[in-house]
Design a protein around this ligand. Structure first.
Ligand code: ZN
Ligand code: ZN
Length: 378
């Protein structure tokens, strides 16, 4: 387990402040979510009572918390940081508290440009807008995405552990996936295994059998798995240190149909080639194009209906997105999924997904188990 001080280094807020200044913003206001956790290690619970990390371009940051959340904040890595905590009492006005701080940073003037956490609740956004009527409100991601996209070695370690944990769940699939069991029953067992193998939370469980495998975001249903079904299993969770896993393998219960086997071979090759295309300087859309061109050349292009991948870290889906039109070049430390799929409407489908990280000279897969079709007993 990586110590919190390595995963959430104390100088990170300082770096965020510098980036805030460089972006021409006066401050960031971060309510509970991945940005707040990224800067402090504090996994704050989103509540109607305001918790907000105020990160000024210039000045000392402050964590505004409801008094009753103060012990939880202190029990997090915040407790060993040199960070002021301003606790508000039940009848105080926490928005006024934040605005007062902003005025202090501005030596009496209110800020002109503020970045709000991308996932801030609308009711809080509207309160800030009311109290900062002349400020231009933008998104924290304009400042933080560049930092969060480039994972530190400690973050890559955390993602590697999460990847190994979800790999262990896939390796146990023969225990859960059998003809005669419903998708829902299978998913219940998988959910327990996700926890048992090293996550604190199962974030999603897709068990898409037979015709359901042609729906990329099918979750589970009462459908009973039959002999001959292809089954797409896409699962992920969050580990105790906050980092996420996400991996898909496609299974066959007994002998799968020949037309399925034909395109599965194409998909397997396309996924491998797309992963091999990952290196510093290659654009995100070039990785997408590598998979897409192979699938299209084999005649299945119209059935590959989604982007090739998404970044992953403290959130399952974050920058960078591996999608046509994203010309951003890959850099060492960027971690994302490579997950092409082929979905023949009304019949069946397949997806293969690994999390990879761009390294100084190429790529490392964080999911390392075999990705061939896994045939389980009917
Ligand atoms: Zn997935
Ligand atoms: Zn994914």
């Amino acid at each position: 387990v990586t110590p919190p001080s390595k995963l959430y280094p104390r100088d990170r807020i300082r770096r965020a402040q510098d980036a805030t200044a460089q972006a021409g913003l006066d401050a960031l206001l971060l309510t509970p979510g991945a940005d707040l956790r990224y800067l402090t290690g504090y996994d704050a619970v989103p509540l109607e009572r305001l918790t907000c990390l105020v990160v000024p371009a210039d000045g000392d940051p402050v964590l505004v918390v409801p008094l009753l959340e103060r012990p939880a904040a202190l029990a997090s890595p915040v407790g060993s940081m040199d960070l002021e905590i301003a606790a508000w009492q039940e009848t105080d006005d926490p928005v006024a508290l934040v605005v007062d701080r902003l005025r202090t940073y501005g030596r009496g003037a209110l800020p002109k440009r503020v970045g709000l956490a991308n996932r801030m609740w609308a009711e809080q956004v509207l309160r800030f807008r009311d109290r900062l009527p002349d400020a231009e409100l933008g998104l924290s991601s304009t400042v933080l995405r560049a930092l969060r996209m480039r994972k530190t070695p400690a973050e890559v370690d955390a993602l590697r552990s999460a990847g190994a944990a979800i790999d262990r769940v896939h390796e146990r699939m023969g225990e859960f996936l059998r003809a005669g069991r419903s998708e829902a029953e299978i998913a219940k067992d998988i959910g327990q295994a996700i926890l048992d193998e090293g996550h604190v939370r199962a974030d999603f469980i897709i068990v898409a059998s037979g015709p359901n495998s042609a729906s990329p975001h099918h979750e589970v249903s009462e459908r009973v798995v039959e002999v001959g079904d292809p089954v797409v299993v896409d699962i992920g969770g969050t580990t105790a240190d906050g980092y996420c896993s996400d991996s898909t393998r496609t299974y066959a219960v007994g002998n799968a149909p020949q037309d399925f086997l034909d395109y599965f071979a194409v998909l397997l090759d396309a996924q491998a080639r797309a992963v091999e295309a990952v290196r510093p300087g290659t654009s995100c859309d070039a990785v997408d194009a590598t998979a897409r061109e192979l699938i299209t050349a084999a005649g299945y292009g119209q059935w590959f209906v989604h982007r090739t991948g998404h970044g992953i870290g403290l959130e399952t889906h974050e920058d960078p997105y591996i999608v046509a039109g994203n010309t951003e070049p890959l850099e060492p430390g960027m971690a994302f999924s490579v997950e092409p799929g082929i979905y023949i409407a009304g019949r069946h489908g397949a997806r293969i997904e690994d999390i990879v990280v761009c390294t100084p000279d190429g790529v490392e897969r964080l999911n390392t188990i075999a990705r061939d079709l896994v045939v389980v007993d009917g």
